[in-house]
Write a protein that binds this ligand. Structure first.
Ligand code: TYD
Length: 207
């Protein structure tokens, strides 16, 4: 049984959900069972927390409160969905995970990385992805893409400087543990990115 956990990360508008959906289809065509989920959310409890986190009507939300809410949604997703699914040998594909907290709350907002790591260790029980696909893109390009699609939510209304720090944070995380990451230049064509991801994950899953 292949209980493999794959995470896709990147700044807003980097194309994560498109690539996860393409990867999902590819794996299913190869006869591999998958579950696609996302953060914050992925469970009824998590989706409620997501509504609160992305609501622009709460500018008073404190950094620690925000970080703990992400961790709370994550705790629910790990226990209710991810662990039972992985136990059945199903591949889990997740749009964002702990690195989003490290990149956005840590590198972006300047919160203490050790604090964030410790609350997330508690929330996840130490569940770590086998591979993180990082879609690397300049925030200007990512935001332009997502704003074309819909109005900005609370997080997207942040300054561009914030997103630069987020991007650098992701790259730093990948640099520290290169074997656990696939960093892809997200300016490439969708099909080309898909091909790069499938080649790496095909290797992991022997397909
Ligand atoms: P979403 O609309 O899902 O954005 P995207 O399509 O880019 O993934 O909103 C998720 C937002 O939440 C996104 O701006 C990143 C942010 N986020 C954090 O700040 N910390 C976290 O731990 C997670 C999971 C997300």
């Amino acid at each position: 049984m292949c209980s493999i956990f794959i995470v896709c990360e990147g700044v807003d508008g980097s194309g994560k959900s498109t690539q996860l959906n393409l990867l999902n289809k590819y794996l299913n065509q190869k006869g591999i069972k998958t579950l696609v989920t996302r953060e914050p959310g992925g469970t009824p409890v998590g989706e409620k927390i997501r509504e609160l986190l992305l609501d622009p009507n709460y500018p008073e939300l404190m950094d620690r409160t925000e970080a703990l809410l992400y961790a709370a949604a994550r705790a629910q997703l790990v226990a209710q969905v991810m662990r039972p699914t992985l136990k059945q040998g199903i591949v889990v594909l997740c749009d964002r995970y702990i690195d989003s907290t490290l990149a956005y709350q840590g590198y972006g907002r300047g919160m203490d990385l050790d604090f964030l790591r410790s609350i997330n260790k508690l929330a996840s029980g130490g569940l770590a992805p086998n591979l993180t696909v990082l879609l690397d893109l300049a925030p200007e390009e990512g935001l332009a893409r997502s704003r074309r699609e819909r109005a900005a939510d609370r997080l997207e209304s942040q300054s561009l400087n914030f997103y630069h720090k987020v991007r650098e944070g992701y790259l730093e995380l990948a640099k520290r543990k290169p074997e656990a990451y696939l960093v892809v230049d997200a300016r490439q064509e969708m099909e080309q990115i898909h091909h790069i991801i499938c080649t790496r994950i095909g290797g992991l899953l022997n397909v």
